[in-house]
Each structure stands twice: as structure tokens, then as C-alpha cells.
Design a protein around this ligand. Structure first.
Ligand code: AHR
Length: 506
């Protein structure tokens, strides 16, 4: 396969939104308990935060983390998670059939987020609760003091406000599985009134309305339209969620799912702008793609969900601990490309989730922590996508797929950092058999030297299903990309079959 990419310094899309490299911590399975938090673990600090996991989180580099759910938040009482730990109630979490001890709550997460150097994106419960509890939480978190809720926060040990700017108005309320599932009209009005009341407590906050749980939802499109028709003036973003998986061994279609993500985003942008035009609104609503990843939902629906119900009520059971292989890492790379290419409208994105639960980081109770294959494209893009997003002209040979017809064999995204004079190129070769010969014409840019070039592909002796597992934790990772260089001002690279690569030039 081959591709010719033209870059021109004058053709840019937007500044890289740093919040595009977000992640998600839900009270689900072992994301919090035995994930980021495990008192008694040899690596835990005095607060119970696992230092080994924290180290990997810092290396991964998420900028913002959504908390505490997910489906969990639609039945969660946030007050259960504050105050002296010994007084906190044990509750049944219906969403994940789990006993929630509440040993970890808002103060613990705020402390952990400070350590991890990430912004917090806090979700309120609009499943079983409403306006009152949401505005109380904003007062508790952000008001300096001298009122009931802010003084309670101070009494609970936090003199300074948490200053949480970014808030989700519930989670997946279009989904029949959601506790407190609503129609679009019901939710649209509730979101509008909750947003209004939260902003009356703190006018500086940014608010995300719930969009569709997936592009396949029967209400997709009409949901966004109705919700925004009610709440356009009160909110700043609408959410998107998407999970991708390989169906029946159809790797070609799976590797092309970035095409689906592109079309999904374009559809939501069109819907937002349609409501804007019809309502004669002046402000622009953007997208918070606050759950995305590869997730084998077939296995979850057909096997795990039944096992969970049969196993009874447990604390932090193992849930959706997907093991990611080479193919998954290449797909995750292309999904990140799609998000970056839409960075003018997708201003926030959160990979779901951070640890253990469909996550780039795995940890074992009392044991080690390690990086999954999907860790690498995220870590490099979070680190290197800086400055302006470039609008690329890509002419690629095609690959036939069952789901999308012919798609580009080489998928790309790039950024240009004028401050340090570098261009970061992110490339995926979707072909399972052929190398990708890529030439890049860098117009108006003086770059002639390769600063770094790395590639993730099938390791020696492995195949596309090779993964990092406990005991063999570094099988899949980045290795130097050797076949790359400049030839008369044109960058040339050879990408191995099934690979994701990053090249930085200056
Ligand atoms: O991330 C796992 C779950 O997927 C979340 O709780 C929910 O919002 C989505 O359906």
C-alpha cells in the first residue's frame, strides 16, 4: 500500500484542545478499588493511592478525568462519599450489581487528581435525582465558605474550594438500561433547569448535556435535536459515546472504524448547527466525546452480564477487563486521529476507562501494574500533539471492507507546534499484509530532520492478537521506526503491515 500526504502550514483546523486527551474513572469493577486506590498494597501511600498506578497514569498523560460514572452515577448519592470514612454507608449499586463501600469519594478523588495533575470533570446524578442535589454539589465543591454545603466541605477537611469547572449533566439517559432513563423531552427540560440552577451557584462552570449512548441508538439524531432545542442556551457541550469491537473476525472493518467515528461526529455537528440555526442562537455548542474506546461488548452482553448477576453482590468484582492486542492498539490510534481531525468541534474526549475496566493500564490486587497495548498511541499523542491541528491532504491506496466499502489504507493526523518548530505526524497502516510506503510533502515548513520516529506493530514471534499480560508485560510497545528519512525535502517512511507510528520532524 502507499500514501501521499501533503501538509501546508497555512492549512490548519484549530488549536489542539488539550482536553482531547481525557480519561475516565468510574466506580465500576476495579477501576477505583484495587485500581487507583488500594490501601495495604505494598505500593500504596498513606492515603491508599497506588504509586505504581499513579506513575503509569502520569506517563499516559491524561489531561482531564471524568468521575464518578458512567452508569454508576445515575444511582449515586454523592453525600455518601464525603465525611468521616467510618460513617459512610455501604450501598447497593444497581448499575453494576456491586456493593459500594464509599471508602473512596469526592475528597479522595480531588486529592488523587492533584497528585495525577489532571483536571476533574464531575458528573451529577440525573437518573434518580435532580436540580436540588446537583446545585448542592456545586455549592459543596466550589463555594468558598459561609453556607451550609461549603462549610460542610470545610468541616470535612477541605478549606479551599475544589474549583471544578467541567460538569456532566447525567450519563446516557437515552439508554433503557440507565437507572432513571428518560425521554428526550423529559431529559432536555431537566438538563435545562439543572444547568440553570448549577450556574446560579457558580457562573464559571462549563456544562455537558447528555447526547446519544451510541450511533446505533434508535433515538440518535432526534435525541440531540430535542435536548438541544430545550437546553441550547444553558449548556456548552453535548456528549457522544462510542465503543468499537471486531465482529466475527472481520479485522478489515474493525480497523476502519475511524470512518464510523468521523461520520458520527459529522452527524452530531450537523444536528447541533441545525438547532442553532432554527433557534437563531449565536453561541456555538461543541462536543464532549466523553466515552470512547475498543470494548468487546458482545462478550459483555452474552457472557459477563449473566455471570455478574449470578455471582451475587460483591465489592469491586472484575468487570470488563478487556485484554488489548496489536490490532486494538492500531484501532485506538485511528480513533485518536479522528478525534484530532475534528478538534475544531470535539473539544473534550475521554477514553473509557483509566485502570482495569477497558483500560490502558492494568493492575492486580496486591500485585503489579502494567501498560496495555492501547497505552502507547494515547501516551504519545497526549505528549506530542501540540500547537495547531493540520488539515492534511491524503491520497492513499484503498482497502476493501465489508462494513465501509473501500477505505484509506493509511490513516493520518498531524499537528504543528510553531513555538518549537516541530511537526508531529501520526500514521496508521490498516493493511494486515502489506507495508505502507508513505511520502509526506511539507509545504511552507522548513523541517528537514527527524527528531524521533517510533512504531507499534506485531512483535517478533507474535501475531496481531499478541497482547501484554501479567508476567509478559512488555510484549507490545513502541520500537524505533528505522525506515524513515528525508529525500529532497520529502519525508519518506515505510510502515510495517498493521502498525501505528509517530514521527516528529523539525
Ligand atoms: O464505560 C463503561 C460503561 O459504558 C459506562 O458506565 C456507561 O456510561 C457506558 O455504557
Amino acid at each position: 500500500t502507499s500514501a501521499r500526504i501533503t501538509i501546508d502550514r497555512d492549512f490548519t483546523i484549530a488549536d489542539v484542545p488539550r482536553r482531547l486527551f481525557g480519561s475516565f474513572v468510574e466506580h465500576m469493577g476495579r477501576c477505583v478499588y484495587t485500581g487507583i486506590y488500594e490501601p495495604g498494597h505494598p505500593q500504596a501511600d498513606e492515603r491508599g493511592f497506588r504509586r505504581d498506578v499513579l506513575q503509569l497514569v502520569k506517563e499516559l498523560g491524561p489531561t482531564v478525568i471524568r468521575y464518578p460514572g458512567g452508569n454508576f452515577v445515575s444511582g449515586y448519592l454523592w453525600e455518601d462519599g464525603v465525611g468521616p470514612v467510618e460513617n459512610r454507608p455501604r450501598r447497593l449499586d444497581g448499575a453494576w450489581h456491586t456493593v459500594e463501600t464509599n471508602a473512596f469519594g469526592l475528597h479522595e478523588f480531588v486529592d488523587w487528581a492533584k497528585e495525577a495533575d489532571v483536571e476533574i470533570m464531575e458528573a451529577v446524578n440525573l437518573g434518580t435525582r435532580g436540580v436540588e442535589e446537583a446545585r448542592a454539589l456545586v455549592e459543596y465543591a466550589n463555594h468558598p465558605g459561609g453556607t451550609y454545603w461549603s462549610d460542610l466541605r470545610r468541616k470535612n477537611g477541605a478549606a479551599d474550594p475544589f474549583d471544578i469547572r467541567l460538569w456532566c449533566l447525567g450519563n446516557e439517559l437515552d439508554g433503557p438500561w440507565q437507572i432513571g432513563h428518560k425521554t428526550a423531552d423529559e431529559y432536555g427540560r431537566l438538563a435545562q433547569e439543572t444547568a440553570k440552577a448549577m450556574r446560579l451557584v457558580d457562573p464559571t462552570i462549563e456544562l455537558v448535556a447528555v447526547g446519544s449512548s451510541s450511533r446505533e441508538m434508535p433515538t440518535f439524531g432526534s435525541w440531540e435535536h430535542t435536548v438541544l432545542t430545550h437546553a441550547y442556551e444553558e449548556v456548552d457541550y453535548i456528549s457522544m459515546h462510542a465503543y468499537y469491537q471486531e465482529h466475527d473476525g472481520d479485522a478489515a472493518s474493525f480497523l476502519a472504524e475511524g470512518v464510523d467515528m468521523d461520520a458520527f461526529i459529522d452527524g452530531v455537528v450537523a444536528t447541533i448547527d441545525g438547532v442553532k440555526a432554527a433557534g437563531k442562537h449565536r453561541k456555538q455548542i461543541d462536543i464532549s466525546f466523553d466515552e470512547w474506546n475498543v470494548w468487546d461488548q458482545t462478550r459483555y452482553n452474552e457472557i459477563e452480564a449473566r455471570e455478574i448477576a449470578a455471582a451475587g453482590w460483591r465489592e469491586h468484582p472484575r468487570l470488563i477487563e478487556d485484554t488489548y492486542d496489536v490490532t486494538d492498539a492500531v484501532v485506538v490510534g485511528t480513533l485518536l486521529h479522528s478525534l484530532l481531525r475534528h478538534g475544531d468541534r470535539v473539544r473534550i474526549a475521554n477514553q473509557a476507562q483509566l485502570v482495569n475496566v477497558i483500560a490502558p493500564i492494568r493492575s492486580e490486587e496486591g500485585g503489579p501494574a502494567w501498560r496495555q497495548s492501547i497505552f502507547w498511541p494515547f501516551a504519545r499523542m497526549a505528549q506530542l500533539a501540540k500547537g495547531r491541528i493540520l488539515r492534511l491532504a491524503v491520497e492513499s491506496s484503498q482497502i476493501p471492507t465489508r462494513k465501509f466499502g473501500d477505505v484509506d489504507a493509511v490513516d493520518a493526523a498531524a499537528t504543528w507546534d510553531e513555538a518549537d518548530g516541530t511537526v508531529a505526524l501520526f500514521l496508521a497502516n490498516r493493511s494486515l499484509e502489506e507495508s505502507g510506503e508513505v511520502t509526506v510533502d511539507l509545504r511552507g515548513l522548513s523541517a528537514t530532520a527527524i527528531r524521533s520516529a517510533e512504531v507499534l506493530t506485531t512483535p517478533e514471534g507474535g501475531d496481531r492478537a499478541t497482547a501484554n499480560v501479567e508476567g509478559d508485560q512488555d510484549r507490545v510497545g513502541l520500537v524505533p521506526l528505522r525506515e524513515v528519512g528525508f529525500d529532497e525535502g520529502t519525508l519518506r517512511a515505510t510502515l510495517p503491515p498493521l502498525s501505528w507510528a509517530v514521527v516528529v520532524v523539525d
